[in-house]
Design a protein around this ligand. Sequence first.
Ligand code: SAH
Length: 225
Amino acid sequence: MNTPQLAHRRGIPAADSRKIQLIMNLRSQGIRSTAVLDAIERVPREIFVDAAYADQAYADQSLPIACGQTISQPFIVAFMSDRLEVTDRMKVLEVGTGSGYQTAVLAHLCRRIYTVERYRILLRAAEERFKQLRLTNITAIVGDGMKGWPSQAPFDRIIVTAAASSMPLALLDQLKVGGIMVLPIETSPGRQELQRVVRTEESYERQSLLPVRFVSLVPGMPREA
Ligand code: SAH
């Protein structure tokens, strides 16, 4: 791949040229929403990954973060954001803040995002990044996101970034009628698929989107949180 060299000749920093390449790849993989692609372009992924992986920040792969968790692959972040169909009037709930990368991308697309993470260390680091990026429409707390965020419910959109072993009922409850939830579900041991749930007047419509690999959604709080 000679893009970095080309970029060097035109005076584009290497990180920017890798980001441009990533956006082009996402587009060719079917991410059509320009709002989502713009949001990905606006979020510097290098500040969300550990320093040891900074050179891989724009490779389309998940990477390890603290507490044995992972920052999601950019394609999955873009795909989930796309299928959520978020607009700037919407209130969004995210379960599993992790590095805060998916949160920052959605913050550019929605009115306000509420995000819940079980590990205090991860949440504090994510909050620092939000401050650094001057993202002021994010409210983040440490807690068990499987319970949702009852005092802020209902939500227009809900995104879960860790795999549940069954549909989290509290989250279904906190979705507005007409609302959309996107989440990975473990369908059998070692197999996960991304699902999209649309709440209708009388029920919920479930659609399977993609096979995926996420860390597990874990109930309750870790001892050291
Ligand atoms: N979107 C994040 C992905 C982080 S991995 C990113 O791109 O960085 C999923 C996160 O979900 C982990 O940080 C894990 O600690 C968190 N998690 C798992 N179960 C949870 C629960 N019940 N409540 C809140 N967070 C949870």
